[in-house]
Ligand binder design. Sequence first.
Ligand SMILES: Cc1ncc(COP(=O)(O)O)c(C=O)c1O
Length: 443
Amino acid sequence: MQIGTRSRLLLKRSLAAVWHPCTQMKQHEWLPLVPVARGAGCWLYDADGRRYLDAISSWWVNLFGHCHPRINAALADQLGKLEHVLLAGFSHEPVVELSERLARATGGTLGHCFYASDGASAVEIALKMSFHYWRNSGRPGKTRFVSLAGSYHGETLGALSVTDIPLFKDTYAPLVMASRRVPSPDWRLAERGESARDYAVRCAAALELALEQHHAETAALIVEPLVQGANGMAMHDAEYLRRARALCERYGVHLIADEIMTGFGRTGTFFAYEQAGITPDFLCLSKGITGGYLPLSVVLTRDAVYQAFYDDDVAQGFLHSHSYTGNTLACRAALATLDIFEAERVIEANREKSKRISAAARVIAQHPRVKNFRNTGMIWAFEVETGDPQFSRQFYARALEQELLLRPLGNTVYFMPPYVITSDEIELLAARTHALLDRLPGP
Ligand SMILES: Cc1ncc(COP(=O)(O)O)c(C=O)c1O
């Protein structure tokens, strides 16, 4: 990739001063960093006019495109009033309104919002709150958590303990607390002739066995409803969630829905758990909550959980905090994001858009190198048959040359575009991805 002088200088400074996330920095000796000067809609631009279609919504955060006028205007307005105030002992309009609207989005069942900044912090909060709830309720022995094989819940030590991605976890294994793993209902693992639903039922039976044996020491089961993102966009049947909910109920175990990636319409409903007709005990949200503008995360929970902390004894309260808890600007961006959902009837509009993207991607699904083509809502994924251990990096680099930002997970290529993607952009994404597949070296 040819890079202009202005960008080259920026990249040199970046490599000298910035330690980039989730990166073996030495790889940048051959894989150039991508400089970004501005964004508009689905596109990112460098200072030399080069552009990239952000087909993965900048790590799954962006919903309505970069530099959306409505969110920009809300932030500009908020900047003139209040940028941030501590949330202990103080409150502000945006955090109150956001909490009320999020609670309404859960049908009023999860009426208490506890804020943090990143997804992993929300997971930490849900784990601590669940444990602490049981402790306050006279069950201090419930200290363990159950998660699914292939789960991803973030990189902090608590979140990592319920994560099951060896590349991210193994190095830190001596530091993380033990937790129990149950089979993932990922339908790619179904036996030949077994439906996604039947496989979900089989996995739920394994969960039942685990809870039957270990419920006394188990505080919560944590799941990524419908789609396990980092596990290669592994998709499962909603029946698993229905059964998991019933089992948690039966065995006195909390259900934590980590909707950090799946929330805000990604799976076709506002929250993924709605498709199972259930409600979790804790709901973790982040990423799309601010439309992809600012770090904000939140854990919503039930009144019964909240009440277990409500006491004269200070230590019985949830004494967790982060400096930027409920940041005013971030909450305002989140309110503007919710406004867009309502004003543009986004969930309904996405149903049509999802069909259009699936139709455009049909050529990809039929490509001889493609396996397991799948779609849930506004997420598409498929495996590429390749023996190349460097596939992910090579494909990423070649996609950039074709103006596409695609970041395969192993040999899984996926699309998770901002919802504002246009028909022309859909065609461009499908056609150029197809061409990249055509040009792959032999399997
Ligand atoms: C399901 C899920 N949970 C938690 C996280 C962690 O969020 P963050 O990267 O904001 O800490 C992610 C991030 O990709 C995620 O997909």
